[in-house]
Every structure is written in C-alpha cells, then in structure tokens.
Design a protein around this ligand. Structure first.
Ligand code: UD1
Ligand code: CA
Length: 487
C-alpha cells in the first residue's frame, strides 16, 4: 500500500556547488530547461511529498539562488555553506537545522533536472518497505564515467559508494551508479556525517561516505534502482544541459501526443513543462510554447511561432507569430508575421494580420487589423476594420496615451491616430488621415491636404525624359480623341 505523502519529514536540496564545468556566471542550479531552473525541477519532484520542511543549501552565487527561490518556492528555507567543502559538509549543515524533525529526510542533488515525483515516491516506498536506515537511489547506465559507483556484496547488499576518482579499476567497471538522491533517518545520517573525513582525491567531505560508515556500524542500508535510469541523470556542463533539455522536451511532447495533440515535428517543437495544450490542437514545426502558455482545443499554432505566457482560444490559428502575455480568443486569426506584446487581448473571431504589432491593445469581437500596422495602447470595439498601414501614435516622447475606436468603424488605410483620441461607433476615416481630434459616431474624419495637380509640370521641368515623352504621347492621344479623329 502506498504510504501517506507526509511520511517524509524534510527535503534537503544541495545547491551550493560552484558548477565550475558550466563555465557560467549563473549558478549551475539556476540554468533553465523546459520552463524551470534545474533547482525548480528538483523541488517540483519533491513537492508531492508535502514535507514539513524544505531546506536548500546555498553557497556559490547564493544571492541569485536565494532571489530565485523567493520567487519559485517561498516556503523553502536556505542554509548557507560558506565554503564548498563537499556534499557531505553541505548535507550536515542542513541536517543541523533539522534537529527537531521526525520522519526520514530526502537529500537530493540540485543538479538532477530529470528527476520525477514518481521516481522519488518509488524511493520512499522502497525505503519504508525495507525498513532501511538509509536508501540510495541508483541506476544502471551504459556509461558510468564520472559518477559514484554502487558497491554491493555477494548477497547484493549495498556496502559503499565509491567516487570514480577514488575507485579501483574493478570498481570502475561497475555500471550501477549513485543518482545523488538519498532517503534516510535524519538523526542517524546526521551522526554519521560527523564522522565523514576528507581523505579522498578531492579533499572534500563526501555525503556518499555516510553509506559505508552506516554499513560499518551494522545498520541496514539499501539501494533502490530507478525504474527509468534517465531520471537520475545529473547535469554538469552545457552539453549535458542540452541533452537533459532534449530529454525533458521529448517527455513533454510525447505526453501531448498521447493526450490527443498533433505535433507535426517533435524535433523542432519545444514545450515547457508548465504549458497546457488541448485536444486536437495542432502544433506545426518550429513552435515554442513557453511559461504559462495555454493552447485550447482545436487551435493551430505555427509554423515558426514563439508564445510566452500566452492564451490561445479554441479553434484559433496563430501563424509565424511572436507573442508574450497575450490573450488570443477563440476562432481568432493571427499572422503570418505578427508580434503580440503584453496586454494584447483579441476577442472571438478577431484578426491580426501580416506585419502587425500590438501592445496593450483590446480588440473586440470580429474586429480586424489585417496589414502592416502598429496598435499600441488602444481599445477597439466589435466588427471594426482598421485600414492597412495604420499607426496608433501612442507616445509623445514623454508619456503614453490611449486611443479608442468604436464598434463597426471603418478606418482608412495609412491613418495615424494621434493619442489621446476617440473614433466613435460606425465612424469612417479617410485614407491617409492624421487623426488628432475625436471623430463622432457616424462621421467621416478627413485629415489630409486637398490634392492639387500642376498641369504640364513634367514637360516643362523634366523635358526629354521618358516620363515627358509618355506624357506628351498621352496628351496627343487625348486631344485626337477630343477632336474626333475620323475612322
Ligand atoms: C555526486 C556524487 C556522485 C553521484 C553524482 C550524481 C558526491 C561526493 N558524489 O557527484 O556519487 O554519482 O553526484 O550526479 O556527492 N554541493 C554542495 N556543496 C558542496 C559540494 C556540492 O552543495 O560543497 C552540491 C552541488 O551543488 C550539487 C551536489 O551537491 O548539486 C553534487 O555535487 P557535484 O559536485 O555535482 O557532485 P558530482 O561530482 O556530480
Ligand atoms: Ca553533479
């Protein structure tokens, strides 16, 4: 029977290491993949345990890590490891702050972004089922290079973890490795940690030494092999980061396809773990769905679109579009080549066409902005059509101003709406107008110079050009016609 979730007393995440191999100014555990930081993925995997306390050991880049945690896991407490003396030292600092705690403690490396809640739960079940003092998550991998090896005795019992650099050639041949995820009795692990030395190749206090020490005490220690070795893969450099990102994406895209989403090209479709996509939605090649993006049933996105924190309604079509914090209503058509910036809200059946940029723009049901326009700080009613090449002139160099266009209006091509300005319901504006004052409902706003033709200008000022000759010939034909040439 599955154990109740709160059986784990505390979660300790080791995240103080420098991550030297990343060669980055950003602390390793903050590197993002699939919509969360590495640390965020680890915390998400442990979250269903509903542990009473979550402690993150921070050190390198601690200000950045702490600021990040305040945003993603405000319930987590941090413990500072001033000097990175090893994972054992880090774990000891955390456990020292958890003296009051009952129930086993989960200790997990901060650089295990593929770890899933189901794998953590399986470790908990194995630990409680066996009644071990400490259970380590292990995996059998084709290439164990760089990882701690799990040493078992003739009966298959785990006796030690040996780091690669300290391993004998025989131990190096072992392909069962330490995943860096441990579940143990808090007081017992804390006591063992006080005995961990630094007599190893790196001169660090290894958390992994606790295992051998407990075995030496005669305590019962276990190793639980993860059902899916992928879950246990760490991330130490940028090539591993790319590989983990790919694996994470494959999982997300596979899940989407299983749930009834068409993904035309999984290799070029990138979907964050935080995104939701409805049934029968279609994702075309080159689509990135990021952050809190939600794509409703039957919508189509792509090709080549990046949507961040954006809502796409049922049956909407979003083509070659870059969008952020936008709401695209049902049956809306966007693109190709549209840029929806924050605060864009497109109601049902609206259209934002080619080379159109919108920002803080509320567009009513069925209204259309089909071509080559900038719509910033605007409210547009229902059933309105905005002419091609329109600019909502919202910025006077100091402040932004708002433009309101009513319902069922027809604005001419190449208009400038110099905000603040209002065009009433059912109003029209003439092509080429610079609208600086309000247009009342039903009126035609005309704001352009009256045309004047200077007759014969080309013949006088550009004599001998092709234009002059063409004009002369055309004039001759017209006067022949006027004189009624006999047929
Ligand atoms: C560690 C394990 C190794 C295991 C591997 C799995 C040890 C000694 N070795 O090796 O057996 O196979 O993970 O990926 O633990 N950290 C601190 N403070 C420190 C040192 C490390 O907080 O002083 C943190 C790091 O931020 C990291 C974790 O501990 O999240 C593991 O450290 P890392 O240096 O990545 O250990 P590995 O060499 O990968
Ligand atoms: Ca590591």
């Amino acid at each position: 029977m599955a154990q109740p979730a709160q059986t784990v007393g505390a979660v300790v995440v080791l995240a103080a290491g420098q991550g030297t191999r990343m060669r980055s100014r950003t602390p390793k555990v903050l590197h993002p993949l699939g919509g969360r930081s590495m640390l965020g993925h680890v915390l998400a995997a442990a979250e269903p345990l509903a542990a009473a306390a979550t402690v993150v050991v921070v050190g390198s880049g601690r200000d950045q890590v702490e600021a990040h945690l305040a945003g993603i896991a405000p319930h987590a407490r941090t413990v500072v490891q001033e000097q990175q003396n090893g994972s054992g030292h880090a774990a000891a600092l955390a456990l020292d702050t958890l003296a009051e705690l009952s129930g086993p403690v989960l200790i997990v490396n901060g650089d295990a972004p593929l770890l899933r809640a189901s794998t953590v739960q399986a470790l908990v079940d194995a630990h409680l089922g066996a009644g071990d003092v400490l259970t380590v998550l292990t995996a059998t991998v084709p290439d164990p290079t760089g990882l701690g090896r799990i040493v078992r005795d003739a009966e298959g019992r785990v006796t030690a973890i040996v780091e690669e650099r300290d391993a004998t050639p025989e131990q190096r041949a072992i392909t069962e490795v330490n995943a860096g995820v441990y579940l143990g009795d808090g007081p017992a692990v804390r006591a063992a940690l006080t005995r961990v030395g630094a007599a190893n190749d790196q001169g660090e206090q290894y958390l992994t030494d606790v295992l051998g020490l407990l075995v030496g005490d005669g305590a019962q220690v276990g190793g639980h092999r993860a059902a899916d070795a992928e879950d246990t893969l760490g991330c130490n450099d940028r090539r591993e980061l790319a590989a983990r990102r790919r694996t994470l994406n494959d999982r997300v895209v596979d899940d989407l396809m299983r749930s009834g989403v068409t993904v035309v090209d999984p290799a070029t479709t990138w979907v964050d773990v935080t995104v939701e996509v409805g049934q029968d939605a279609v994702l075309h090649p080159g689509v990135q769905l990021l952050g809190a993006t939600v794509v409703a049933a039957g919508a189509e996105v792509g090709p080549d679109s990046t949507l961040t924190d954006t809502e796409v309604g049922e049956g909407a079509r979003v083509v070659r579009t870059h969008a952020e914090l936008a709401v695209v209503g049902p049956e809306v058509s966007v693109g190709p080549f549209a840029y929806l910036r924050p605060g864009t809200r497109l109601a049902r059946g609206a259209k934002v066409g080619t080379f159109v940029e919108t920002k803080n723009a509320v567009v009513g049901e069925g209204s259309k902005i089909p071509h080559l326009s900038y719509v910033g700080d605007a409210t547009i009613g229902e059933g309105t059509n905005i002419g091609a090449a329109t600019v909502f002139v919202n910025y006077d160099g100091v402040a932004k101003h708002h433009t309101t266009i009513g319902s069922h209006a027809r604005t001419g091509a190449d208009n400038m709406f110099v905000a603040p300005v209002t065009v009433g319901d059912g109003a029209y504006t003439a092509a080429g107008s610079v609208i600086t004052t309000d247009v009342p409902p039903g009126a035609m706003g005309v704001a352009r110079a009256t045309q004047r033709n200077v007759a014969g200008w080309v013949g006088r000022r550009r004599p001998g050009t092709a234009a002059a000759e063409a004009a002369e010939a055309a004039t001759a034909r017209t006067s022949d016609d006027a004189q009624g040439t006999p047929s």
